[in-house]
Write a protein of this length. Structure first.
Length: 121
């Protein structure tokens, strides 16, 4: 069992695994749009690669970190029990962790998409 720890863990192993699996599964459509971008370079394909890639990376990172961005932003947790985060210091720690995950996903996805664009040209 996993217990809530502000800024460290706000979801249980089952929820964590679910996010990781969904994130990895999203790599399939991302690969499709990557191939499409190679075949017919278009902004639409690159946009799809970026959007799907961002969602996929966010899911994978949430799974790896045992931390859900949506739960953090809504001030809830789902570990051994479900509940609301009431302490303002804990809310701030959760927000910081959620933002860190989003920035990591943003950086990885942007680097991938820019690299893909440069390679295509």
């Amino acid at each position: 069992m996993t217990s809530y720890q502000a800024g460290v863990c706000n979801i249980n192993q089952k929820e964590s695994r679910k996010r990781a699996i969904i994130g990895l599964a999203m790599l399939v459509p991302m690969a499709f749009f990557t191939i499409l971008a190679f075949r017919s370079f278009s902004i639409l394909s690159l946009t799809a690669v970026w959007l799907i890639g961002f969602a996929a990376m966010t899911g994978v990172l949430q799974g790896r970190e045992n931390f859900c961005v949506a739960h953090a932003k809504s001030r809830t947790f789902k570990t051994e029990s479900e509940g609301r985060v009431k302490d303002q210091e804990d809310v701030e720690k959760d927000d910081k962790k959620a933002n860190k995950i989003l920035v990591q996903a943003l950086v990885v996805t942007t680097v991938y998409t820019i690299s893909l664009t440069i390679y295509i040209f």
